[in-house]
Ligand binder design. Structure first.
Ligand code: C2E
Ligand code: MG
Ligand code: MG
Ligand code: MG
Length: 290
């Protein structure tokens, strides 16, 4: 939530706001060149099926090698969103993710899906469906192995148009996940109308599964809602075995988080899945299997 609300509030209410604006301008300038200079890289974070422990997919997360430092998305994605640079960056991320994922399939005995974050700006592009179809075709990745993650704010402005585009993407075979599910403002009635395959429970709810003041009611309700709408559900930000056990007990379909694997560069990710394959691919810690 803070991620979305944060920028403008920061600018308006933080003393020294001028410095923040100057820093953003510098990021914008450098970001323009980041793509040409090959400074962006994708990291991949594994996603596991809760009941079987199988690795079923990976989320592609962009990183920026800026002057010898690795910059996290929080620092530059908001600037990229504001300036529209997110469109070329997002297209690059999609191409790169499809290319990498097409390579995995040749090394593996079972299919591993890749999930790519799609910015609201990209979904607003009239050509978005054609572009994605072309990217898939060029990469050789089957559409069934691509998932697109969108946040609720990508669909609030023009829900009918968004729904239509998502429907066309699904017709290609691509699956659609609603990211950061539960923290947005979408009404239940239109969530029901959106053509989506999956909800991703925001990590803030997963964090509340445990510890002082813990409360599982929201997670239980989100899982029940997803299933009653015939939509799959993934928990993100799973950090402890106790959280994973609880998610398994609540019937959550998939899990992603530091407990199961941090985002790593492509080569490391591939090495990990090849190792899992050799080990019989049961990566969920044994104590967490019910
Ligand atoms: P997101 O799509 O919700 O991605 C999940 C974020 O949670 C990632 O942060 C991931 O590293 C982090 N995470 C994963 N497991 C855990 C955990 O167990 N605990 C905690 N505390 N965090 C965990 P990251 O990589 O910094 O990405 C932040 C956001 O940047 C993403 O949130 C997404 O909104 C955006 N983003 C990243 N790559 C892209 C991209 O290619 N395109 C677009 N449009 N947005 C992107
Ligand atoms: Mg995401
Ligand atoms: Mg998320
Ligand atoms: Mg998030």
């Amino acid at each position: 939530l803070a991620k979305d609300a944060g920028r403008n509030t920061y600018r308006l209410f933080t003393p020294g706001g001028d410095a923040a604006i100057a820093a953003d301008l510098q990021i914008e300038n450098d970001l323009h060149r980041a793509l040409e200079r090959d400074e962006l890289v994708l990291y991949f974070q594994p996603q596991f099926e809760c009941h079987s422990g199988r690795l079923v997919g990976a989320e592609a997360l962009v990183r920026w090698h800026r002057d010898g430092r690795l910059v996290a998305p929080e620092e530059f994605i908001p600037v990229a969103e504001d300036t529209g640079l997110i469109v070329p960056i997002g297209e690059w991320a999609l191409r790169e993710a499809c290319r990498q994922a097409a390579g995995w399939q040749q090394r593996l005995e079972w299919p591993v899906r890749v999930a790519v974050n799609l910015s609201p700006r990209q979904l607003e592009d009239e050509q978005v469906v054609e572009r994605i179809a072309q990217t898939l075709q060029a990469s050789g990745l089957p559409a069934q192995l691509l998932e697109l993650e969108i946040t609720e704010n990508a669909v609030v402005r023009d829900t009918r148009q968004a729904a239509f585009r998502l429907q066309r993407l699904r017709a290609l075979g691509v699956s659609i996940a609603i990211d950061d599910f539960g923290v947005g403002y979408s009404s239940l009635s239109y969530l029901q109308e959106l053509p989506v395959d999956k909800f991703k429970i925001d990590h803030s709810f997963v964090a509340r599964l445990q510890g002082p003041g813990s409360d599982a009611r929201l997670v239980r309700a989100l899982i029940a809602m997803a299933h009653s709408l015939d939509v799959g559900i993934v928990a993100e930000g799973v950090e402890t075995p106790a959280q994973l056990r609880q998610l398994q007990a609540l019937g959550c379909d998939e899990a992603q988080g530091y407990l199961l694997g941090r985002p790593v560069p492509a080569a490391q990710f591939l090495a990990r899945i090849v190792a899992l394959q050799r080990a019989g691919h049961i990566p969920v810690p044994p104590e967490a299997v019910p």
